[in-house]
Design a protein around this ligand. Sequence first.
Ligand code: NAP
Length: 340
Amino acid sequence: MSIKLGILGATGKVGIELLKLLEKCTDLPLEIPPQLFGTSRSAGRKIKFKNQELIVEESSGQNFAGLDLLISCANGEVSEKLIPLALKQGVKLVIDTDSYYRMEANVPLITSGVNDEDINWHQGIIAGPNCSTAQLIIPLKVLHEAFGLKRVVVSTYQSVSGAGKAAMDSLFEELREITDKQSANESLKPLKKDQFAFNVIPKISKFMENGYTKEEWKVIAETRKMLHAPELAITCTAVRVPVLVGHSESINVELLSPASLEQVITALKAHENLEVWAEKETYPTPIEVAGTEPVHIGRIRKDESTNNAFDMWVVADNLLIGAALNALRIAISAYKKNKI
Ligand SMILES: NC(=O)c1ccc[n+]([C@@H]2O[C@H](COP(=O)([O-])OP(=O)(O)OC[C@H]3O[C@@H](n4cnc5c(N)ncnc54)[C@H](OP(=O)(O)O)[C@@H]3O)[C@@H](O)[C@H]2O)c1
């Protein structure tokens, strides 16, 4: 069976990465090139795909008929309004990279390589996780299965591309404005609240009543859902840093069963989507790993402050494993399971 694919939000950061991945993908038999959807702003725009030029259509909500699979990389408002319309028009599966449906009980939330078996019970929509959760969940799943997780403490260092192309443009505008200034002292004055350039912002998304931000709460709730561990003790502080692409995370895990450092490293090395930097004094950084597919994990060491706990540093391309690559892997997995 071949597949008719549509991409909603094809002109955004995630959409463009998805198209690049699809150009070299041989595991998903596309009947025709993907149909691309955006807003009226990008309607008519031409995007190169293999040796053709595809034309972006405005997503009226009525032009999804005939598609088997729709991958949505737009935003929550689009997910809310257009995904139900796509399902009504007979689209067999929608994979949504947005958070809108992630915590719905009848929507599987999937990181490929972690819980692909949950694809089996989809009812038309599958959600992909937040970009920070996607790279966190892979090592956590390995350690949960091998030793059991007692408690997890995560701090994220998230790139601006996590907030889409507009945020990346803002960072560049700020940098231009700052470098136009006459002296270093002048550049120290903030241009605005939550300036990205030369800053570190411990607030991503809105604050909640309990003091967490929504971003932090997504990491917590999504991890519990994908690990099927609703009581898991996990906390998170999510921070925006002036990096273009690639999220980094400092993770501290306390394990239930005793494990040596070697056993932890061996278990992590066995996962096909993890690249372990085990050589002494090596460590991944976002600028080095942007554009690569694995989740990179280094600085793995025993936490000397307590028993049976480990620290690690995890870096990955948020546009790939955090969204586009995961969505594509979900599609391939669903196709192989005959679930499209
Ligand atoms: N960036 C990440 O690292 C990341 C990671 C995980 C999940 N996600 C999720 O992926 C989605 C896309 O993120 P992004 O970073 O690629 O955002 P982005 O760069 O801002 O792109 C948004 C895309 O959505 C399109 N769009 C907006 N309103 C639309 C509408 N009414 N109808 C059709 N298309 C519409 C835009 O089209 P125009 O070009 O025409 O405006 C653009 O193609 C979001 O839901 C985000 O939460 C992102």
